[in-house]
Design a protein around this ligand. Structure first.
Ligand SMILES: [Mg+2]
Length: 184
């Protein structure tokens, strides 16, 4: 299904190097807004900085891929010391192509992480790479985003009811009970 991610989880920090190694992932493409930080937050939180550093130390290559403007993306990327691609126009795949090239990873060893179905997940599926859908950090009230979230709702319900897509299921100590109810 073109709008289904490969996996879902609550937040990016659920993704650890152990999981990524088991999934044969060496490259991580990360959305910024509402995935790593709320859209109005200029700097990544300490948990995100720690998480990015720990993955980098374990040999995972990370790049930011955002539809946002250069000034937002560049500054954010500098603070966590990773490469970046701005104005990527997801779900168009040109930016994804550029990002994968920049980190020199093969598409089959790369996974995209984002909070939106119609941009992040759709782009990953069009480009034929795996994806992880995370919960949006903020309750963004802009009319356009609210409309998108409204359209996402029934799709998300289907996604969350499929336990096979639950990333945390792959963790050895998991008894994760993530369900559609958590979302509402
Ligand atoms: Mg986003």
């Amino acid at each position: 299904m073109i709008l289904f991610p490969t996996y879902f989880t609550h937040k990016v920090t659920d993704i650890d190097a152990f999981l990524l190694k088991n999934l044969n992932v060496t490259g991580l493409i990360l959305d910024i807004d509402d995935t790593l930080a709320a859209p109005k937050t200029q700097c990544p939180g300490n948990d995100i900085i720690k998480w990015v550093n720990s993955l980098k130390n374990q040999g995972i290559k990370i790049i930011l891929l955002s539809n946002n403007f250069k000034y937002r993306v560049e500054k954010f990327a500098e603070l966590i010391e990773v490469p970046w691609v701005s104005m990527s126009f997801k779900p168009f795949t040109k930016g994804l192509h550029k990002a994968i090239k920049k980190i020199s990873c093969s598409p089959k060893n790369t996974i995209l992480v984002g909070d939106q179905i119609f941009t992040d997940v759709f782009a990953a599926n069009l480009f034929n790479i795996r994806s992880i859908l995370v919960d949006p950090i903020s309750k963004n009230k802009s009319p356009f985003l609210s409309f998108k979230r409204f359209l996402e709702k029934p799709i998300k319900k289907k996604i969350y009811s499929n336990s096979k897509l639950n990333l945390n299921r792959l963790k050895p100590d998991s008894n994760s009970k993530y369900s559609a109810e958590d979302e509402n």
